[in-house]
Design a protein around this ligand. Structure first.
Ligand code: BYC
Length: 482
């Protein structure tokens, strides 16, 4: 292995894990590679496989200058296997093994639990590429098209990251799981992806920005928790993946901000004072704020389900055994074992929302979800600031955590977006008002017309403040080959 963990680009699979000398794993990955390319061609970005895209590629794991930019055809992207450098003398930071040297190999007794976590993580990465595969046809600009593809190729790389761990550490069953990751597909009725939100459609660009803001942020939280793992290769892999994840959330955050900016500008120009007058606003060819609120309600609630049950013995044992920590475990000041500790959770009991103190160990999913909610609020505040800066009286809000839930204590509970408990008669109506309607979908679809001219943007989105890699506004981020 290269002593400085620099990336070896001379092999079919760029890596900093010494694959050149690891014949068995290299061969296994080389056998998996054609299936991956086949999957990418069939399930990846439709219609743009020949386009030259201005992409960043990870070339090092050094936080300074880890990536380089250049024009690439996506199927030729260098999907590398990159682990953050090891921390010398790293010990297991939490759980029953706290203080013991971090594992460089899989502890036999935790093998199947660890494999399950890696498989679930791995399953989400290609799922998101599949969900987004038709969006190129309706991109609002070349800048946005390039960002979509950047997100896609990096999710592809994240799949490689998990597949490497499966091949390297889990033998024949790891190889079988790696095959399955290419066989399941988002939304496939016979063979769906493992987690709910990864089987939903991403039919338009507002959904894409919402997905990258809300659902990629679940990725950030889960990767941060796995980056604490006592299994050092998983920790190192996730640490490097987090470097890439920040851009994905930026795409969502800034994408929604640009939509809101454009809507507010158009309302001002047209002399509209009431943002809730959606009919008038839509006649301007922009996205009304109430529709943005309904999309927030949907994507936030779908993403909360990804944290699993609030009270979970799986989560407790993943922590106790040192496999999955808490968000920023290394910055927390407690015993890192949670002996006798409690955590306050909201629960649905006999028709009421109640607060309960439960053993902190079993409440780790709820805690990570609460950390996620806190992290999510920043964008909502930034978006509201834009609305206020145009002088409009309208506030976007996160819905109540009990609204529209399918997993956990609130699954199926008759709770409205403001946390109001609803009678059966009003529930359906309130849900219909608070979630995107078929009419909303049709309106969004009517707006989704491609804009491929350099420097131009669709009517419903403002240009970004700055270009990618310092490029000017008219830069041709994607050279489309027709
Ligand atoms: N849908 O004790 P429970 C990302 C299952 S996103 C379907 O409540 P646990 C990305 C669960 O599997 C981050 N099933 O939950 C974002 C279990 O089934 P089994 C992805 C669900 O195990 C954007 C049963 O219910 N990474 O990276 O504590 C673009 C009881 O489980 C769901 C991870 O999630 C659901 N929503 O926690 C690209 C990290 N929820 O095993 C990428 C790895 C639960 O009894 N995964 N179930 O048959 C985990 O840490 C945990 O598996 C979960 C669930 C947090 C997902």
């Amino acid at each position: 292995m290269a002593s400085d963990y620099s990336v070896d680009y001379d092999t079919l699979i760029p890596n900093n894990v010494g694959l050149a000398a690891d014949t068995k794993v290299r061969r296994a990955l080389e056998r998996w590679h054609p299936g991956y390319i086949d999957w990418w061609m069939k399930m990846g970005p439709a219609g743009f496989q020949e386009a030259l895209v201005y992409l960043r590629t990870a070339v090092s794991v050094d936080p300074e200058g880890w990536a380089k930019f250049g024009f690439v055809r996506m199927p030729e992207y260098k999907w590398g296997i990159l682990l953050a450098p090891p921390v010398p003398g790293r010990t297991i930071p939490f759980g029953a093994h706290r203080g013991e040297p971090a594992w460089q190999d899989v502890p036999g007794e935790y093998r199947s639990a660890l494999r399950r976590l890696i498989v679930i993580q791995g399953d989400t990465e290609p799922a998101s590429v599949e969900q987004q595969r038709f969006l190129g046809a309706t991109a609002p600009s070349l800048y946005d098209l390039r960002n979509l593809f950047q997100v896609n190729v990096e999710e592809g790389r994240h799949l490689w990251a998990m597949v490497y761990l499966l091949h390297k550490y889990f033998g024949a069953d790891g190889r079988e799981e790696a095959e399955e990751l290419l066989r399941r597909h988002a939304g496939d009725t016979d063979n769906p992806r493992l987690l709910g939100a990864f089987n939903e459609a991403t039919p338009d660009w507002l959904s894409f920005f919402m997905f990258t803001y809300f659902t990629d942020r679940d990725g950030k939280m889960q990767l941060a928790a796995l980056a604490q793992s006592g299994f050092d290769p998983l920790s190192r892999t996730c640490r490097f993946m987090l470097t890439e994840e920040a851009h994905h959330m930026f795409v969502g955050d800034s994408g929604i901000a640009r939509i809101i900016t454009r809507t507010c500008q158009a309302m001002r120009e047209a002399g509209i004072d009431d943002p809730s007058d959606s009919d008038r606003v839509r006649r301007l060819g922009v996205i009304d704020l109430p529709l943005i609120q309904r999309k927030i309600n949907l994507h936030f609630s779908l993403t909360l389900d990804l944290f699993g049950n609030e009270i979970s013995t799986n989560a407790a044992s993943a922590f106790e055994t040192g496999l999955k920590g808490r968000y920023r475990e290394d910055k927390l000041e407690d015993d890192h074992r949670l002996t006798g500790a409690t955590y306050r959770v909201l629960a649905w009991r006999e028709g009421r929302i109640v607060e309960e103190d439960v053993p902190a160990l079993t409440a780790l999913n709820a805690r990570l979800r609460d950390d996620y909610i806190h992290d999510t609020e920043g964008g909502i505040q930034r978006w509201n600031k834009i609305i206020r800066s145009f002088g409009f009286d309208y506030t976007l809000r996160l819905p109540h955590i009990g609204f529209n839930r399918r997993i956990g204590t609130f699954a199926g509970a008759p709770i409205g977006p403001a946390g109001d408990i609803l009678e059966p008669a009003t529930l359906a109506q309130r849900r219909a008002e608070a979630l995107p309607t078929a009419e909303d979908g049709a309106y969004l679809a009517s707006l989704m017309k491609p804009v491929y001219e350099p420097g131009r943007f669709a009517s419903w989105i403002a240009p970004p403040k700055t270009g990618i890699d310092g490029k000017p506004g008219t830069f041709e981020y994607v050279k489309i080959v027709s």
